[in-house]
Design a protein around this ligand. Structure first.
Ligand code: HEM
Length: 395
């Protein structure tokens, strides 16, 4: 491979649904300059992305990662130690030990048992939209409440605390606040979860956190980190898929109509929305624990490798005509939920929530449409999870 000048991660979008166009011109792996000056690697090829995410010589530990992100004020983010229990930022054997007790709780079967409750929560939010009347902000009344009420229910968080933790999570994941503010919000979530964990140890109820709290091998701090991870990962992601997913379906009206007419298309439509929108738009990163060769380049110990999930999901060698949104295409192998040992634990839950929520929306509001011109919808370009800040809709 000829030497290529390291470049910063392309971030500027020209359309709401497509990743930055420059990503498509890059080779599967290329040198990447991080805001702190580190030179690591950017992976955009689909096959190589999967390889990297499976490679145990590459670490997920947050404290080793250089970040591609800067904050609004230009502040360069410093690597943060991984909190106890926050296994997304850990390697085996710690990762294995902490993920294992949860894996049995997130099976397809267990998640299917939640369907009636998810449907009930969804009906409640449809009623709230009707009570509000047209036009309404779909994010505030539907997309955010549905998954946050579901995760509250699942973990055993009192729904009255929902708005507080939704606000705190949003601050943790926002680049528009300072790092100090984001860390303060993270601290508040931890205090909230620690209190809840202690309560569940003493007075267990019928929920996932109470179940985990009966496991004497897990410390209070570990349970706090695990609960915090589920709380945060469990609602912002799905909420943004519901918001921008609805916008994409309304933009491609013929596909909204086709999906409305034929419910059997829903499972594949959800996969295509996941692929096409890839809301973890800055991807995920790993750090080399030793010198390794990846895709024909020599990666040195200590190098950070960022995997662009949106680019991998638009790789034409894996998905023909990748920029075309088509709810009938084969979507198999998309990496929106990651790959390997860290592959999203909540993916079945997210899928079920999306299927139920999109179905309810199109059945209840068949002629739903945007209430503002598309270019006036505020996009979440500066948030770690992409989507829409607000989605004014009418019927
Ligand atoms: C991990 C995406 C919904 C819980 C991940 C990863 C991705 C992802 C890409 C892997 C990160 C990495 O490799 O570094 C998504 C998307 C979602 C979604 C796009 C919605 C559309 C959820 C939900 C939950 C959840 C609903 C929980 C209820 C987790 C957890 C991990 C994870 C616990 C860490 C897994 C591990 O490290 O072993 N998610 N997620 N996610 N996700 Fe999700």
């Amino acid at each position: 491979m000829t030497a290529v000048e390291p470049r910063m991660l392309p971030m500027a979008r020209t359309t709401p649904f497509d990743p930055p166009a420059e990503l498509a011109d890059l080779p599967p792996i290329s040198p990447l300059r991080y805001p702190d000056g580190h030179v690591g690697w950017l992976v955009t090829g689909h096959a190589l992305a999967k390889e990297v995410l499976c490679d145990q010589r590459l670490s997920s530990r947050f404290e080793l990662r250089h970040t591609v992100l800067t904050r609004q004020d230009g502040e360069v983010m410093k690597p943060q130690p991984t909190l106890p229990g926050f296994f997304m930022g850990m390697d085996a054997p710690d990762h294995t030990r902490l993920r294992k007790p949860l894996a049995g709780q997130f099976t397809v079967r267990r998640m299917r048992q939640l369907e009636p409750r998810i449907a009930e929560i969804t009906r409640g939010r449809i009623a709230a939209m009707r009570a509000h009347g047209s036009p309404v902000d779909l994010v505030a009344e539907f997309a955010l409440p549905v998954p946050s009420l579901v995760i509250c229910d699942l973990l055993g968080v009192d729904p009255v605390d929902r708005e507080e933790f939704v606000g705190l999570t949003s601050r943790v994941l926002s680049l528009e606040v300072s790092q100090a503010e984001a860390l303060a919000a993270r601290g508040a979530i931890q205090r909230f979860m620690l209190e809840l964990v202690r309560e569940k140890r003493i007075n267990p109820t019928d929920d996932m956190l109470s179940g985990l709290a009966q496991n004497a091998d897990l410390t209070d701090e570990e349970l706090t980190g695990m609960g915090g991870l589920l709380l945060a990962a469990g609602h912002e992601t799905t909420a943004n898929m519901l918001g921008i997913g609805t916008m994409a379906l309304l933009h491609h009206r013929e596909q909204w109509d086709a999906l409305r007419a034929d419910p059997s298309l829903m499972d594949n439509a959800v996969e295509e929305l996941l692929r096409y929108l890839t809301i973890l738009h800055f991807g995920t990163s790993r750090t080399a624990l030793q010198d390794v060769e990846l895709g024909g380049v020599q990666v040195r110990e200590g190098d950070t490798i960022t995997v662009s999930l949106p680019a991998a999901n638009r790789d034409p060698s894996r998905f023909p005509d990748p920029d075309v949104f088509d709810i009938k295409r084969s979507t198999q192998g998309h990496v929106t939920f990651g790959h390997g040992i860290h592959q999203c634990l909540g993916q079945q839950l997210a899928r079920i929530e999306m299927r139920i929520a999109y179905r309810a929306l199109m059945n209840e509001f068949p002629n739903l449409r945007l209430a503002v011109p598309e270019q006036d919808v505020p996009m979440r370009s500066r948030m770690t999870i992409y989507g829409v800040h607000r989605l004014p809709v009418e019927w």
